[in-house]
Design a protein around this ligand. Structure first.
Ligand code: NAD
Ligand code: TYD
Length: 351
């Protein structure tokens, strides 16, 4: 079936992989990538699609309701994959308001526009909201987040995502909007902005700069390769049941410090440095305020009901990720000048 799919946040890390997958896999679809190009949005992530006939980029802000309505009037949108968001916990601690306006109001603007455009005809329509496992709060040393785990968000970022999840479900219950939600664990891979742990560490190790590890490095995250997340998004968009939530995760838990040690070994090898050189850069710094101890997803539902599972082992995924960053120095250099440096100084030197 011919579809017109609006992907928001498609110039960002995960969104760019989703846009590429959809544009290349579904030549019969028209894929519209809507992105405000904030500091995290980068069209360089998608230069390979410049000539694709089924791809359109629109620079727009989801906080601007009129513009969003106009886009729904102009294009016969049949589906939405909503990824646009402010996504970094540390920034949400420093400046929460952008998280409230983009993640909450922006999501409601999209829900309203879809509802208006689709009124009376939800047949074949779908509003897919991409969310995070952080809405569930923090785990102790045991247990996993399942789809029915109560929400307990603890940072401005996770609270704003939790709020948007509730609104998406409310539009399903109240107006019958055909929604589906996924909550995913930490992603890693190429094109991730170097404010997040893995690309920040790779970049610092490359330049022989300290690797900042918050607290004791004992916090645990469940890591998933970004292309496996994009595959899951494709599956849920096409086969997920309306009104359902699916958790997505890597079955792959690491303490931050053990992950950094693996990364250091890979970097020593790739950069032809003596073993231990990169690890000597590990520097324990002041902990993140309200730092969640552990996230871990039970992805049994999506595995059993939709047949999804991660395709890559972590060791292989990390190697591929390091190779990409080392082969794409210019991508990294261009985004780590200017504003990034100001952010970095604020976050790591003036704490
Ligand atoms: P990102 O920060 O790399 O990209 C976000 C994109 O959204 C950028 O291109 C940015 O320009 C755009 N954007 C921001 N504000 C906007 C606005 N007001 N209007 C239009 N566009 C705007 O984020 P990401 O890591 O790719 O995450 C994408 C989505 O996946 C987010 O909703 C995030 O909550 C969710 N998620 C991320 C992870 C992760 O580990 N990165 C895990 C689970 C879920
Ligand atoms: P991050 O990549 O910011 O993702 P999230 O906070 O969404 O899980 O951080 C991953 C983990 O790494 C988290 O426990 C915080 C920690 N961390 C550091 O120790 N040092 C850093 O410089 C950063 C950015 C994160």
């Amino acid at each position: 079936m011919k579809q017109t799919i609006l992907i928001t946040g498609g110039a960002g890390f995960i969104g760019s992989h989703v846009v590429r997958l959809f544009v290349n896999k579904y030549s019969e679809y028209h894929i519209i990538n809507l992105d405000a190009l904030t500091y995290a949005g980068n069209l360089e992530n998608l230069t390979d699609l410049d000539q694709s006939p089924n791809y359109t980029f629109i620079k727009a802000d989801i906080r601007d309701a009129e513009t969003i309505d106009a886009i729904f009037e102009k294009y016969p949108i049949t589906g939405v994959c909503h990824l646009a968001a402010e996504s970094h916990v540390d920034r949400s601690i420093a400046e929460p308001m952008a998280f409230i306006t983009t993640n909450i109001i922006g999501t409601v603007n999209l829900l309203n526009a879809a509802r208006k455009a689709w009124t009376g005809n939800f047949e074949g329509k779908r509003f897919y909201h991409i969310s995070t496992d952080e809405v569930y709060g923090s785990l102790g040393s045991e247990g996993f987040f399942v789809e029915t785990t109560s929400y307990d968000p603890r940072s401005p970022y996770s609270a704003s995502k939790a709020s948007s999840d509730h609104l998406v479900r409310a539009y399903n219950h109240t107006y019958g909007l055909p929604v589906v939600i996924t909550n995913c664990s930490n992603n890693y891979g190429q094109n991730q902005f170097p404010e997040k742990l893995i690309p920040l560490a790779i970049n610092n190790i490359k330049h022989m700069k300290p690797i900042p590890v918050y607290g004791k490095g004992e916090n645990i995250r469940d890591w998933l390769y970004v292309i496996d997340h994009a595959r899951a998004i494709d599956l849920v968009f096409h086969e997920g049941k309306v009104g359902e939530t699916y958790n997505i995760g890597g079955f792959n838990e690491w303490t931050n410090i053990s992950l950094i040690h693996v990364l250091c070994e890979i970097m020593d090898r790739k950069m032809n440095r003596a073993p231990g050189t990169s690890a000597s850069l590990i520097t324990y710094v002041k902990d993140r305020a309200g730092h969640d101890l552990r996230y871990a997803i039970d992805a049994t539902k999506i595995q059993k009901e939709l047949g999804w599972e991660p395709s890559l082992q972590f060791a292989e995924g990390l190697e591929k990720t390091v190779d990409w960053y080392l082969a794409n120095e210019e991508w990294m250099d261009r985004i780590t000048t200017g504003k990034y440096q100001a952010y970095y100084d604020q976050q790591y030197h003036k704490r």
